[in-house]
Write a protein that binds this ligand. Structure first.
Ligand code: GCW
Length: 688
């Protein structure tokens, strides 16, 4: 008996050793070749650089690499110059980034000549929506890696430290250099001594990897924590309180990055509570942070039930203050004007605020794109936004160029991504969701990178042929049967999700609260109208869509010409944004010659078929992947298909009640009844 138990034990250990749970992300262990490193300096960051080269060198065996920290006019910020045997940078962090780039090239087989790479943005920041009790708002990968519930919430274990170091390494490897450790719906208590002591420990671990920590703050902290009567930014007591708090923070963490603020948004306190403006609030904090080189990232995510068109409010509220913010304030603007919907046109604030630093906020966590259940590669969405032309300073004034300092001189430039990271072994809940963390970092470093290149790198780094189930595969076999179809699947996945959720410019037709399943039938009965899908689709027996043309809410006029006219005019409005800008009869003729109703049906159908196809692609990939990741992704795809079917059935059957037109007969018939779908929606809130 005893030996059976110990035999079983050995088997479990052996299995564990070979278990491929995805924890290594895109940084997989391989047997390195010997390399000689020539480097004069000595520091924690340079030691990491050396160690990474020693444990990951896949170049010529016995080669030597020289690392030199030396200024060069062509190298900017933490950029670097690399050749196959040299890395030069202005800063040690630049050396580290150069090391990761060189190793990445060796692994992906991309050649290196002599080249300089400079980051597009000075600050490349993750925003964690982690609460002090360990839960994560819109997080689908388990609890927070920083905070936890209960009495030991502020304790720091060795396990925590290891995890934070792995986290820092992963971020540094893709150029991320900042992290906001807590939710923008901020608890004031993160500024108390106990939390700050823990923030210091985290900062100390992240520092050698070039990562600064930031905190989200609650604007009412002076009243809640300091016992003051007010948190009015013009009150001297309030100003003194912030000054003292900021001094306390910098005494602990001399390179603390600054604050992220969600103010007067979705019930959060802010300067307007005291009759002051966004500029008054942001500037007060900016002045207090200035002596320490800290910055304020002030969010423009504002909307209220009074505004007739939610999509217009951020622009209306912020444009009047253009030029009034301090130079260490950056206005943080979500990619679209509403809220991280499956597809939105870019926010009209980009490029329009010409005298204010503006940064984009992207959402890596898939709040509106299938949580950690659906396989959706987000790089194409971000590429679409970053490469959108705002025309603010003539043709070519893309969102990327309006925010990275190429067009406007901004004292600070930055980009943020809402993190999808949690305690799950694979960090992100879905193995493919790791590609979105990767993509954010790569685009933050180079906002002109193509999605295809990002997918290429990520697949090669994450699914090494050596880790395949079938050990005898050749490189070309892997290339043809794994790499090509999997890359294709990733690149099609965002459009597929749009098609089975919200095609042709439809948006926010999710069931309330959880933002996972469909709820187009939800109407404003006792609920804020702008929190119900009806507000956004406005379907009746004649028409569907939100009229944002000049005759409607006139949101189109917030865009610079020729866009305002292009969006306003039905003939030139891109069909991907059709129902975002126009309210149209069901019988409206589309470019394809179909009616709007038929076209809508076909999009839902195509989206669903795409997921069926992804299942086949993945099943065919089985020999090329380790068993654990294969099965886990396979199971998620099954769920994705079932839920995509529900999306299609729910939307078509619901909208059909209005259009009163038949679903084209070449389309697969719905398999669910609308009444059932309307009932099961609540069950979906606890599926993660
Ligand atoms: O997308 C919405 C989310 C909220 C979030 C808010 C925001 C953190 O549903 O959960 O709150 O946006 O970005 O502030």
């Amino acid at each position: 008996m005893k030996w059976i138990i110990s035999w079983l034990f050995i088997c479990v250990i052996a299995l564990n050793i070979h278990a491929e749970d995805g924890h290594h992300l895109w940084l997989r262990k391989q047997a390195p070749k010997p390399v000689k490193i020539i480097c004069k300096g000595n520091s924690p960051t340079l030691s990491i650089a050396r160690q990474e080269l020693l444990q990951g060198w896949m170049g010529v065996a016995g080669a030597s690499v020289t690392l030199t920290v030396k200024r060069d006019k062509l190298i900017k910020g933490d950029g670097y110059k690399i050749t196959p045997s040299e890395i030069q940078a202005n800063t040690e962090w630049g050396i580290l980034y150069g090391v990761y780039e060189l190793l990445r090239r060796q692994q992906t087989g991309e050649t290196v000549k002599e080249e300089i790479s400079n980051p597009s943005y000075e600050r490349r920041i993750l925003n964690h929506w982690d609460n002090p009790n360990g839960t994560i708002e819109r997080g689908y990968a388990g609890y927070s890696i920083f905070w936890r519930k209960g009495a030991d919430s502020l304790a720091v274990t060795e396990k925590d430290k290891t995890l934070w170091q792995e986290y820092a390494r992963a971020n540094a490897s893709i150029g991320i250099n900042g992290t906001v450790l807590n939710n923008v719906n901020a608890s004031p208590y993160v500024l108390t001594a106990g939390y700050l002591a823990k923030v210091k420990v985290i900062a100390d671990i992240l520092r050698p990897y070039g990562i600064k920590v930031y905190l989200s703050i609650n604007f009412s902290s002076p009243a809640i924590l300091g016992g003051l009567k007010t948190s009015d930014p013009f009150d001297t007591g309030v100003v003194n309180w912030w000054n003292a708090k900021i001094e306390e923070i910098y005494t602990l963490i001399p390179d603390f990055g600054g604050f992220l603020v969600k103010a007067n948004s979705e019930g959060q306190p802010g300067p307007q509570d005291f009759g002051r403006t966004h500029a008054d609030g942001a500037n007060m904090l900016a002045d207090a942070l200035k002596p320490y080189n800290g910055i304020v990232m002030w969010r423009a995510f504002v909307y209220s039930p009074e505004e007739k068109d939610r999509a217009k409010q951020a622009y209306l509220e912020f444009m009047p203050f253009d030029g009034q913010f301090r130079d260490n304030v950056i206005i943080q603007v979500k990619n679209g004007p509403v809220d991280f919907q499956p597809r939105e046109p870019f926010s009209p604030l980009f490029g329009a605020m010409k005298k204010t630093s503006v940064m984009a906020e992207l959402q890596i966590t898939q709040e509106y794109l299938g949580h950690s259940i659906h396989l959706v590669f987000l790089a194409p969405m971000w590429e679409e936004c970053l490469q959108s032309d705002t025309y603010q300073e003539g043709q070519g004034s893309t969102v990327a160029r309006c925010t990275d300092g190429s067009i406007y001189s901004q004292k600070h430039t930055a980009i943020a991504g809402v993190a999808n990271i949690g305690l799950d072994a694979n960090w992100c809940g879905h193995h493919f969701a790791q590609s979105n963390w990767y993509a954010f970092g790569r685009l933050a470093w180079n906002n002109h990178l193509k999605s295809e290149q990002i997918a290429d790198e990520w697949i090669r780094l994450t699914f090494l042929p050596g880790q395949a189930k079938q050990k005898t595969i050749s490189e070309s076999d892997w290339q043809q049967h794994f790499y090509v179809p999997v890359k294709d699947m990733m690149l099609r996945s965002w459009e597929a999700a749009i098609d089975y959720m919200m095609p042709l410019g439809l948006h926010h037709i999710f069931a309330g609260g959880h933002h996972y399943g469909p709820g187009p039938w939800e109407a404003p009965k006792g609920v804020r109208p702008d929190w119900t899908p009806y507000y956004y689709h406005r379907a009746d027996t004649l028409e569907v869509g939100f009229d944002r043309t000049r005759k409607g809410s006139d949101a189109v006029s917030q865009y610079h010409e020729p866009l305002a006219t292009q969006f306003d005019d039905l003939a030139s409005c891109p069909e991907i944004y059709l129902l975002w800008f126009h309210r149209l009869p069901w019988t409206h003729k589309m470019k394809s010659g179909r009616t709007l109703w038929d076209e809508l049906c076909w999009h839902y159908e195509d989206g669903l078929h795409e997921v069926r196809d992804f299942q086949k692609t993945w099943d065919r990939a089985e020999p090329y992947v380790d068993a654990q990741r294969f099965t886990e992704v396979q199971s998620k795809l099954r769920r994705q298909y079932r839920d995509a079917q529900i999306w299609k059935d729910a939307c078509l059957l619901y909208f059909q009640q209005h259009s009163r037109m038949p679903i084209p007969y070449d389309i697969e018939r719905p398999v669910n009844d609308l009444e059932d779908l309307m009932k099961i929606r609540l069950g979906w809130s606890h599926h993660n």
